[in-house]
Design a protein around this ligand. Structure first.
Ligand code: ZN
Length: 372
């Protein structure tokens, strides 16, 4: 078989930029980026980075494409949603169509403490495309431990947040590549310096209950991808410091948290105690035998505000508030046999997802509708 004809110099306009140039373009081609979560943030950042010429991309996601994703998750099509394709695989295939020379891997995986180190250790930069705090704190721990820059991003409603974490390259760092090295004077706060504890389950709105504007997620992902490019071409001095909030509906764009230096008292980057890697914060799941259901027990056991959760679940199906629990059917979520999933949420934060025996699916449903 003959090689396909080359299509010409696709990165020409980017190489013209003095801050990239031929040297920057070569560095990008040698770089490796891990994108965790292939939803609204992950699809946009993956596409921007692939088109920019990052040589190697690894995508990790636990979920499948659904119709409600198409409003903002730019790599997917109706055919992907109809087939219920795994996001990591659908995104991988689409990116291969965009650039056939890209080295790309798609992993259908629910990150846990054991797996996360393997993915992070091979990356030069990690981009957060997650929809839940449980995995975010795990990822922050893994990136600080390994000394790999971590680009936090999140969005709900019309508000997006982003923050660049540059962990100092420590002699104890555990990564395999040394392409990006961060001096102590350049190190930034980590996620736990700014938000010491994850929000308790059910306490904050999620995109699935409060909605989200696709333009906002695209803006946050574009910022994450820009920061990744700066780091990969060696322009770490241009990295934005602090936590940035953006609300294009209100016309607001501001640095809302200006802590500039890592907090020496931070358990993660200050004391190098990686509690989430040691298993803290992980929701436990158990298949309820004979009941076609999975129980999800979040690590934080704070009592839920069932009235506000009931109001948030209202648009997603028929939900009834009973003593100590909320029960109902999720209209848009199908179970293993194609029937709608039934969700019961207890005041202690536990959920029972009926209609599936897949623990990853139940964990995702809990994160989405109850919040993790
Ligand atoms: Zn920290």
């Amino acid at each position: 078989m003959s090689e396909p004809a080359p299509i010409g110099d696709r990165h020409h306009r980017q190489r013209l930029l003095p801050m990239i140039g031929d040297d920057g373009q070569r560095r990008l081609a040698e770089s490796s980026v891990l994108i965790v979560g292939c939803g609204a943030l992950g699809t946009v950042s993956a596409e921007l980075l692939a088109r920019a010429g990052v040589g190697s991309l690894s995508l990790v996601d636990r979920d499948v494409v659904e119709a409600t994703n198409l409003q903002r998750q730019t790599l997917y099509t109706e055919a992907d949603a109809k087939a219920g394709r795994a996001k990591a695989e659908a995104a991988r295939d689409r990116l291969r169509e965009i650039d056939s020379s890209l080295r790309i891997r798609g992993w259908v995986d629910d990150l846990d403490a054991e797996g996360v180190r393997g993915y992070v250790g091979e990356a030069d930069v990690v981009v957060d495309g997650l929809d839940n705090f449980e995995t975010r704190y795990l990822l922050n721990d893994a990136c600080v431990e390994a000394g790999v820059p971590y680009l936090y991003g999140g969005a709900v409603g019309t508000v997006g947040l982003s923050m660049t974490v540059l962990p100092a390259t420590d002699s104890r760092a555990t990564r395999t590549s040394d392409r990006v090295r961060i001096g102590t004077e350049q190190a930034t706060p980590c996620l736990r310096c700014v938000f010491p504890e994850p929000p308790t389950a059910g306490s904050s709105p999620t995109c699935d209950t409060a909605g989200v504007l696709g333009m906002v997620t695209a803006m946050v992902a574009a910022r994450q991808a820009t920061e990744a490019i700066k780091i990969l071409v060696g322009a770490t001095n241009r990295v934005e410091r602090g936590l940035w909030s953006i609300d294009p509906w209100q016309g607001r764009f501001a640095c809302v948290e200006t802590i500039d230096r890592p907090d020496p008292a931070c358990p993660c980057c200050g004391r190098r105690r990686f509690e989430f890697l040691e298993g803290r914060g992980r929701a436990e799941t158990a298949v309820l035998c004979g009941r076609n259901a999975v129980q999800v027990r979040p690590a934080s056991r704070a009592a839920l505000d069932l009235d506000s959760l009931h109001a948030r679940l209202g648009p997603h199906g028929e939900f009834h508030r009973e003593s100590g629990l909320i029960r109902g059917v999720l209209r848009a979520e199908c179970g293993d046999e194609g029937d709608p999933l039934e969700l019961t949420v207890f005041i202690d934060g536990r959920s029972i997802v009926r209609g599936t025996v897949e623990t990853e699916r139940a964990r995702a449903i809990h994160a989405r509708y109850v919040g993790a």
